[in-house]
Structures are given as C-alpha cells and as structure tokens.
Write a protein that binds this ligand. Structure first.
Ligand SMILES: [Cu+2]
Length: 327
C-alpha cells in the first residue's frame, strides 16, 4: 500500500512537471528557460601596437538574446566607435560626416521604434541597452559602416539561447585576433620604394579599393613596418602621401615648428598653407579620403613633426627630416 501511494505521488509530480514545461514553452523544439533576464557582452572594435592596428567590427557581430535581456558593449580601442540602432521607418543611419553622430541618443531600452545611439565611445567606456521586444535589430558604428555593423536578434522571453556567452566570447577573441593579424599583414602591401619620398598616410587590407576592410593601420609609413614613421629627404624634395586604406580618412597636417595642431582645427578643415613648407606656416592637406594623395615640397632644412587630425591621439604622427643624414 505504501509503495502504491508513493507511486501515485510520483505520477502526480511528473504530470505537474509536464504541465509546467508546456505552459512555458514557445514553438515546438524550444525548452523552458528561467525567465530571469540575462546580460550579454559584445566588444566594439579592438586595437594593438599602441593603436596602430585597429580591428573594425563588433565581436561577435550577431548575438541572440531574449526579450528583457541586456547587452553591454565595451569599447577598448583608442579609435572611437558608436552603437547605433535606427528608429522605425528610418532607412539608413546618418552619414559619418554628421556632427551629431558624436552625441548619445535615446534611453537605456530599445524596442525598434526610436533612434538610439551610444555616441562616440572609446578607451574602455561601455554602453548598455535592454531589449524589450522580440525582433531582429541591425546596428551600426556611424564612423565605420559598412564594415562595422552588427545584429541583435531578440527572441521572446523564455526561449532557448542558441549560444552561451562563453561561445560568443571565444568567437570575439578569434575575430579580434584575425582582424589585427590582417591589419599587420597589410603592411606587406606597401607599394612604394622604402625610404621615401612616396609615403602612405594609412594602409589597410585591399589597399584603397574594394569593400572596406574590417581592419586598418593608422600610421604614416615610408616602408612596410610600423616603425617606419620618419622619412629623411634632401632640401627641395617633394614628398607625397597616399591614403592606401579603404576604410579611414586621414589628414597630413604640419603645424609651425614647435607647435601642435590647434585643438579647434577640425579634421574636416579644408586644405590650407599651400604646396610648400618651411616650418613657419600651418599647412594642412584637408581630408584625404581612401585613394587620395597629397604632396608638399620642403624648402628648408629641419625636423618637422606632422599629424593626422583624425588619429593623432592614436599615435598617427610622423616626422620628416629635411636635409639630414638619411636613415
Ligand atoms: Cu589618420
């Protein structure tokens, strides 16, 4: 009798468990998950070699979560990025040249209806959004689209997750390593004679043509090495820089000797200062978009430091030694 009672109890328990599973279930094939919201991590860009090498993707690019979950993006690089979701009916993000790209927009939740953006973030900052409504949401880095785009897939609450954070994190680390390695490999594409006077103002996989690569090199170089940032030329030499990246604008900007570029000088400033430089006058290429070149003739001996106005904070600074001993 006692055995029968115990058996009956366990049958009832089994039935209760089955009902609970059915109530919590979504479509066939999904299992009940705890309804506690989860937090997820995505890495927005990465860098190495004192910011010379930049990885320009979201790692991982696609993440699947459930309604109520929160995604936190971290921005480890010195190159700024945004995490930007469009509003309903908004076909395209604002262009990379829109000054409002720098500013945050929207709140701490996203349901697909309102334009929501982190603004420019870098150097270890983070940004979190809680997703309240199922859907498939593309998002963009306003500075680095189209190569830097991601997707958050939001399932209904309670669905089975297709991957764990550990799997996403492993994908992220592999993707970062691949991108930084491809940036380093781009150095071997340096197409000019080492030692000048034709330099690159930046270089990326694929050089200046084709689909924007997901990595880039932020250095002025006179050879296929990250240390080739100083060129030595004779007085009267014309030096030419070409932006051999397909994904970053740069400038070649010489302040007067002993000065740095004025903080108020926008990277988008038009060219100024003419076609020769003797160390006395601010001389600026203006924006060098992918494939663009700029030439400057050096009329006086000296050691001249110059800057990319977009990336000088990331060490995108070079030196022209005029009239010195070749190195
Ligand atoms: Cu630059």
């Amino acid at each position: 009798m006692e055995i029968l009672k115990r058996h009956a109890t366990s049958v009832v328990a089994l039935a209760i468990t089955a009902v609970a599973l059915l109530v919590g279930c979504g479509p066939a094939g999904t299992a009940l998950q705890p309804l506690r919201p989860s937090s997820w991590q995505v890495i927005a860009g990465s860098s190495s070699q004192q910011e010379a090498l930049q990885a320009l993707q979201f790692f991982p690019a696609t993440i699947t979560i459930n309604a109520g979950d929160t995604v936190t993006w971290t921005f480890p690089a010195g190159e700024p990025h945004t995490v930007t979701f469009l509003g309903s009916g908004q076909a395209t993000p604002p262009p990379a040249t829109d000054p409002s790209d720098a500013d945050p927009a929207g709140g701490s939740t996203y349901d697909g209806s309102t334009y929501t953006s982190s603004g420019f973030l870098l150097m270890g900052k983070s940004y979190s959004l809680t997703f309240t409504k199922p859907g498939t949401y593309p998002y963009y880095c306003l500075i680095h689209m189209p190569e830097m785009e991601g997707t958050v897939v939001v399932q209904p609450a309670g669905y089975t997750y297709p991957a764990t954070q550990a799997i996403y994190s492993a994908q992220a680390q592999a993707g970062i390593a691949a991108d930084l390695n491809s940036a380093s490999s781009a150095l071997t594409l340096f197409p000019y004679v080492s030692g000048g006077p034709h330099l690159v103002a930046g270089i990326s996989p694929g050089l200046a043509t084709g689909t924007p690569a997901p990595s880039t090199v932020l250095r002025f170089l006179d050879g296929p090495s990250l240390s080739a940032t100083a060129v030595t030329v004779a007085v009267g030499t014309t030096v030419t820089w070409t932006n051999l990246s397909n994904n970053e604008p740069h400038t070649v900007t010489f302040p007067p000797v002993g000065q740095t570029p004025p903080p108020t000088l926008s990277p988008f400033s038009p060219p100024s200062g003419g076609s020769s430089y003797d160390g006395t006058t601010l001389t600026n290429s203006g924006v060098l978009w992918p494939g663009a070149s700029y030439s400057l003739t050096f009329t006086k001996a000296g050691t001249y430091t110059y800057y990319c106005l977009f990336h000088d904070d990331e060490g995108h600074i070079g030196t022209v030694n005029v009239g010195g001993t070749p190195v």
